[in-house]
Write a protein that binds this ligand. Structure first.
Ligand SMILES: Nc1nc2c(c(=O)[nH]1)N[C@H]1C(S)=C(S)[C@@H](COP(=O)(O)O)O[C@H]1N2
Ligand SMILES: [Mo]
Length: 508
């Protein structure tokens, strides 16, 4: 039976291990995003699970200090549990270790469960837990045994204290550094949480019923924001605090224009449905999504700045250094080319460009859709290159007319008789005029188009196939006002893949 003194040391070992866990977690969270910080994740999960009456109680009694009270309560509870883990570990290692692992797992789950969790949201909790276990093991082994002589116990105690101090100091430094590094990101997070998106001065035309063909397996016309494809070169997602955001429009202009966040929010905002597509989308691929955007038309800003001479490009730059070159004519021709602040009626998710990104109908993302944008330079294609054009992609990136078969899936078996073939097609800013489906080497058959949600959005279609037994290949092609899409097979480089999407099905 351990004495009272040993129990005290065991509790201290647990506390130190707890500080190391939290510290390492906070440090790693600098890379994986503020909501993945174990303290933040657990605190937020706690807030979500709090019953309304307790929330009410907290805000009435603590006012705006409710967050502080929550934080202190959380830390006190965690440290008490850490001390308990130490005491358990000193009795039997497996007990203490189990408690630490359970706490770590709860924290990891809380982080993964955050609505904006990134792919590595659980990592800070996991690495923190590993570091905490390691520390606990190291310290518990140094607790003097009750059988040690007085002299030996005194030496062992000194050794224990030294190790605890070093580990505790390292944990505290990690916590301090992690929290300081993450402060800006947490500022951005809280600004996003509290942002109220203004109403559109020009709302989007209502979406007609029937834009979805209602066939199971066809991607929804409006992509849920959480499923929106994501492509960027960012290793860590920028967390820009909107209150310190501004956009500079300069270069070949008569007058430089600077736009602040407050000015942007107070501007006349336009809402539009636009389908974004990536130039790297292979034929039949899914790097394409449709959403409702809200933003300031870039045209108006350019008109204030008055581009000069033979300027023909706007080079947009992101806080992370990414650049895109967009034709000036496209930005000025009146289409809904926006500095977008919202998607699906919500502030942009961080990974989709919060606080401000560009959205330009009809162009691939690499020449137009700069996320976390802070700088627009009016220049010339002859004088400036952008991130991807320096790497061999085409300076011009209009979206190519394309179509995709979603149903039936390739390499599946369907029963003979009437089979529903369905999918989507796109020709942004030109509009899909028709879709045809071909079976093997047969003739093209007209598909039925779903309701039209506007020329800047994709368009679904269905075709009823009278399928005969055997192996068959189905092909699809879309028409824009110029005619059918090309069937010539070309890869994604340098300006987008072409060719017919096809599926192979066995009819039984
Ligand atoms: N800052 C920044 N913006 C960027 C990119 C990037 O790498 N960095 N990628 C572009 C590309 S190639 C595409 S296809 C779109 C994708 O936007 P999404 O991730 O919101 O779907 O963003 C564009 N904007
Ligand atoms: Mo892209």
């Amino acid at each position: 039976m351990a004495g009272r003194r040993e129990t005290g040391l065991a509790a201290a070992a647990g506390l130190v291990a707890g500080v190391v866990t939290i510290g390492v977690g906070a440090l790693v969270a600098f890379l994986t995003g503020p909501t993945s910080d174990p303290l933040v994740a657990v605190g937020s999960a706690f807030v979500d699970a709090t019953p309304q009456w307790l929330k009410q109680f907290a805000t009435t009694n603590f006012g705006t200090n409710d967050k502080l009270v929550l934080g202190i309560t959380e830390v006190v509870i965690l440290l008490a549990l850490a001390a308990l883990a130490g005491v358990l570990a000193a009795r039997r290692w497996a007990w203490g270790a189990t408690l630490v692992v359970l706490l770590g797992a709860a924290s990891a789950l809380a982080a993964i469960g955050r609505p904006d969790a990134g792919s590595f949201a659980g990592l800070p909790s996991v690495l923190g837990t590993v570091a905490g276990l390691f520390t606990l093991r190291l310290l518990v082994r140094r607790i003097p045994l009750p059988t040690s002589s007085k002299r030996k116990a005194a030496l062992e105690r000194r050794d224990f204290l030294r190790a605890s101090l070093i580990a505790g100091a390292l944990g505290a430094v990690a916590l301090f550094v992690g929290r300081s590094l993450g402060a800006a990101a947490r500022g951005a997070q809280s600004a996003r949480d509290h942002l109220v998106i203004p109403k559109a001065t020009t709302p989007a035309a209502p979406v007609p019923t029937g834009v979805d063909v209602g066939v199971q397996g066809v991607e929804p016309w409006l992509t849920p924001a959480g499923d929106f494809y994501r492509i960027d070169t960012a290793l860590t997602i920028p967390h820009v605090d909107p209150t310190s955001w501004s956009l500079r429009l300069h270069g070949m202009v008569e007058k430089e224009v600077t736009l602040s966040w407050d000015e942007l929010l107070a501007s006349d905002l336009v809402e539009a449905y636009v389908t974004l597509a990536c130039v790297s989308n292979p034929v039949g691929g899914d790097l394409i999504s449709n959403q409702k955007w809200l933003g300031l038309p870039i045209k108006g800003l350019l008109e204030r700045a008055k581009p000069t001479g033979d300027a023909d490009m706007v080079l947009s730059t992101s806080v992370d250094g990414f650049t895109a070159g967009t034709p000036l004519t496209v930005l000025m021709d009146g289409r809904d080319a926006l500095l977008a602040i919202a998607m699906d009626g919500q502030p942009l998710p961080f990974e989709h460009g919060f606080p401000v990104r560009m959205v330009v109908p009809g162009l691939y993302g690499y020449v137009s859709a700069t996320k976390w944008v802070t700088d627009l330079e009016v220049t010339r294609f002859a004088d400036a290159q952008s991130y991807w054009t320096k790497r061999g992609w085409s300076p011009q990136g209009p979206v190519k007319t394309q179509s995709r078969i979603d149903v039936p899936r390739s390499s599946t078996t369907v029963p003979a008789g009437s089979v529903v073939v369905a999918g989507t097609s796109w020709a942004q800013h030109r509009g899909v005029k028709g879709v045809q489906v071909r079976v093997d080497d047969g003739a093209w058959n007209d598909a039925t188009l779903a309701a039209d949600g506007g020329i800047d959005s994709w368009r679904q279609w269905t075709w009823s196939w009278d399928a005969s037994p055997g192996d068959h290949k189905l092909y699809v092609r879309a028409f824009d006002p110029q005619g059918p899409q090309t069937g010539a097979v070309q890869g994604e480089v340098p300006d987008g893949a072409t060719g017919y999407d096809s599926v192979h099905v066995t009819v039984s």
